[in-house]
Design a protein around this ligand. Sequence first.
Ligand code: GDP
Ligand code: MN
Length: 378
Amino acid sequence: MKLHEYQSKQIFNKYGIPIPKGRVAATAQEARQIAEELGGRVVIKSQVLVGGRGKAGGIRLAKSAEEAENLATQILSMEIKGLPVRKVLVDEAASIASEIYLGITNDRAARRPVMMASAAGGVDIEEVAAKNPEKIIKVHIDPLLGLRDYQARDIAASIDLPREHWRIFGQIARGLWDAYVACDATLAEINPLVITADRRIVALDGKMVLDDNALFRHPDLAEMRDLDVEAPSEIEARKYGLSFIKLDGNIGCMVNGAGLAMTTMDIIKLFGGEPANFLDIGGGASADKVAAALRIILSDPNVKAVLFNVFGGITRGDEVARGILAALAEVKTNVPMVIRLVGTNAEEGRRILADAKMITAETLADAARKAVAVAQAA
Ligand code: GDP
Ligand code: MN
């Protein structure tokens, strides 16, 4: 789950990282009010969960409260990379002497977090990473020991940070690490961390990505989720506790178990088809969960066939069958459905489904072949 800039910066601030004064606004009038409080010279920043807002015109400097209101009106009517701008952050404007990049993420290959820093921070950091990777320095952090003071000093030296800033830089690097650990983040990034004309260091931009699997430990953070960035089907799926990811193919998949779902997708591809989604209905799924899953799959207009692959262990075949019938009573559809149902109560399940006009299959290969065939015929 991605956090907005204003949310990330509030968290950073709690961990001792200096941020500009400012507040978030949902209307241009509010933006004007905040600008007045801050003395007029402000930066108006679109709050959307994509990178490159600056280059897309979503970050603008205002010299007065009136200009702030006008720019906020413009920015609040923008769409950036397909996402509507619903809020702007109004921050006191900084005069920038230099821009630093500082971030932490997990380095899977090294099996530990890595802190990255560069003196060439700012909006072109991706280009720097591609063309001059030597300008980005990386320091791995032992997850048990945490970031050590000497590591922060090493980083400061490597990016040629003037000595006068080392102490505060150490505090910022440590704060970023502490925030990263405390929030179960997979990314915590400041770009740019600026040195201002009056020689202060401030985090001008902030970005955090949190591990969805750890959100249950952070109800306060989970509440910050912005639903705009997710496909509506994925939001609906989460409500029912389904693991669902929308894909671009035309064969909807309804499967119990993540491994079986991956296998089903592989086999569909093996027979020349393309899956429309990944879906794990989970172990012991009840009829209403199955019905929700089928509704979600059928809400995708690309879906030309649905393949049910249910291996009944904890999940009972009759429950699945009843869920399918309940969903079909609700959603009228002509989409052909192929079902492979084995395991606990499979016979009873098949009997329940006998008059649902579903195509049955014995093996997974048989089911995939049939699903690909009916999808192609549609
Ligand atoms: P991003 O484009 O989404 O990464 O948004 P940022 O918050 O990083 O802003 C992009 C760029 O706008 C920064 O690298 C700065 O150069 C500039 N910028 C942002 N805030 C200010 C500010 O307060 N004053 C000045 N002069 N420039 C700013
Ligand atoms: Mn940025």
